[in-house]
Design a protein around this ligand. Structure first.
Ligand SMILES: Cc1cc2nc3c(=O)[nH]c(=O)nc-3n(C[C@H](O)[C@H](O)[C@H](O)COP(=O)(O)OP(=O)(O)OC[C@H]3O[C@@H](n4cnc5c(N)ncnc54)[C@H](O)[C@@H]3O)c2cc1C
Length: 489
């Protein structure tokens, strides 16, 4: 037990909250300092006129990771929230006006593939068997490793998979299906990792296993219920949470951190852990103690930013599902505009979520809550008129694809984009999902959990290992806590 030692955690997102639980359980005095009015970070919640929206994540994937997290504290998911498996998991609209629903069981999904492309069911089965192997390998041997050295993951099992790290997911998907719509469905899950399918290693097809085999779930009350659960657990374990407490400086003596200045006050600590964006945390240090220069960050492949709308509709909508993807545009062109040419998209894909279709608490009776997300490049000029232009485009496209007038059914709309990500989370370039998982940004090649220049400073979250997404953020909180315990014997 480390009862005499104090740890300060910067930020109150998934990774910080997870770490606060592990470290408090290990006996440290843990205080978490969050700049905003609530914890949750990118997964905060917006409430307006009886509607409730998740500001960030809406897809609950990899339920086993959440179960494993709570089990580490002798708890179960059901102790905190109720989960529902969505059927369909999601629905996709395509350019030719057609749509595909991905159902909640793999046999039906295979049938859907077979109806579109004869022979695809067998190929999909083989692809998913391989993806399942990779999932087990990733969860058991890879993602819970701190990325200190390559030997952590250089096992006989991973050696057999090495080819998959040098082949892209899109190259692999092309061998599974020929039909463009099916290809898009198999390329969709890796978008959560923040890079183009053509630059994401095929090993990450374990995301397809998560999608098509493990399913898409909805926590009653929304993703924010998971944040509430983590907060409840953290408080129960004795973590102190200070809100509206932005850290302005990390105080150092030589190569040691002795505390932080936050909200005008000094907080002293033996160890500091930051779950705020890595780039921002290093800016809280004197220049000589930063490990990564601006040039390093400029060269990284950041996951996209996003333009989001939270919309209250006067009535229930038709022809959509809880999760609805509008792939009725040129996938390749939009990806190029995010990662290569870096401009506002000419013909964007977008995603819509209607949580009130499953969850009565998301909207007043008879009304619908809509969340729209359009991925965009980071660091674009973010102006009100640009946001409005895309809102009009999204609503028109949705009216056309779902065959119903909705513009006059809008009660209100709120938008969120690059400027808000910068202001609310100190996000580099206004990124939404952190640093992408490309080959050169995997495991030891990601920013390190422990500072090389400040001996008692650690990092966690979506810019470090294992990467972006809610399950990886929970894992990151665990992995960094184990590293701290290992170093602080
Ligand atoms: C729009 C959107 C949609 C997403 N969709 C999904 C999805 O469907 N499924 C999924 O699994 N994942 C999704 N993600 C990704 C997922 O939400 C993130 O990977 C995860 O929430 C990141 O958690 P984190 O702890 O790394 O960082 P954050 O949540 O960003 O937490 C960092 C915290 O640090 C605080 N902070 C920053 N600077 C300071 C400072 N100086 N002092 C004090 N506090 C500070 C911030 O306010 C913030 O609370 C989505 C993300 C976004 C933005």
């Amino acid at each position: 037990m480390k009862r005499d030692k104090t740890i300060l955690i910067i930020g109150g997102g998934f990774s910080s909250l997870a770490a606060s639980c592990y470290l408090s359980k290990a006996g440290y005095n843990v205080t978490l300092l969050e700049k905003n009015q609530t914890v949750g970070g990118r997964a905060r919640q917006l409430k307006k006129a009886g509607f409730t929206f998740d500001i960030g994540p809406t897809f609950y994937w990899m339920p086993d990771v959440f179960e494993r997290f709570f089990a580490d504290f002798g708890k179960r998911v059901e102790d905190f929230y109720h989960l529902e498996k969505l059927n369909p998991a999601y629905q996709v609209f395509f350019k030719d006006g057609s749509e595909i629903k991905i159902e909640d069981n793999f046999e039906s999904i295979k049938q859907t593939f077979e109806e579109i492309e004869p022979g695809a069911d067998r190929k999909l089965q083989r692809f998913i068997d391989d993806a399942g192997d990779n999932y087990d390998l990733a969860i058991q041997d890879l993602v819970y490793k701190p990325g200190e050295n390559i030997f952590e993951i250089a096992t006989a099992k991973t050696a057999l998979k090495i080819g998959l790290f040098f082949k892209s997911i899109s190259a692999q998907v092309k061998q599974v299906v020929k039909n463009d719509r099916l290809k898009q469905i198999l390329e969709f899950p890796v978008l959560f990792l923040g890079a183009k399918p053509s630059t994401t290693p095929a090993f990450y097809n374990f995301m397809n296993y998560a999608d098509l085999k493990l399913g898409t779930w909805h926590p009653h009350g929304g993703m924010y219920r998971v944040i509430d659960a983590l907060k409840e657990l953290a408080l129960e374990l004795g973590v102190k949470i200070e809100l509206e407490c932005p850290v302005e400086e990390i105080l150092v003596d030589g190569h040691s951190a002795r505390g932080v200045r936050a909200g005008g006050k000094e907080f002293l600590a033996d160890i500091i852990l930051s779950g705020a964006d890595y780039w921002h945390t290093e800016k809280l240090l004197p220049k000589a103690l930063r490990q990564y220069k601006e040039k390093f960050w400029e060269k990284q492949t950041f996951a996209p930013s996003a333009l989001l709308f939270y919309v209250g509709f006067k009535k229930k909508l038709k022809n959509v599902s809880h999760h609805t993807l509008f792939f009725d545009a040129d996938f390749k062109l939009h990806a190029e505009e995010i990662y290569d040419t870096k401009k506002w998209p000419s013909d964007p894909l977008f995603y819509a979520s209607f949580p009130s279709m499953t969850d009565q608490d998301a909207a007043p009776e008879g009304k619908e809550a809509g969340i729209f997300l359009m991925p965009i490049a980071t660091n674009l000029e973010d102006k009100e008129e640009t946001r409005q232009k895309y809102f009009d485009l999204i609503i028109s496209r949705m009216e056309k694809m779902t065959n119903q007038p909705i513009r006059d059914e809008i009660l209100f709309q709120e938008s969120y984009s690059i400027n808000d990500f910068k202001k609310d989370y100190n996000a580099y370039g206004g990124n939404a999902y952190g640093l992408a998982n490309t080959l050169l940004q995997t495991h030891i090649l990601r920013p390190k959990l422990k500072s090389k220049k400040v001996k008692n400073l650690y990092f966690t979250g979506q810019l470090t290992v294992p990467g972006p997404g809610v399950p990886p953020s929970l894992i990151s909180g665990k992995v960094v806590s184990e590293l701290i315990l290992k170093h602080d014997r």
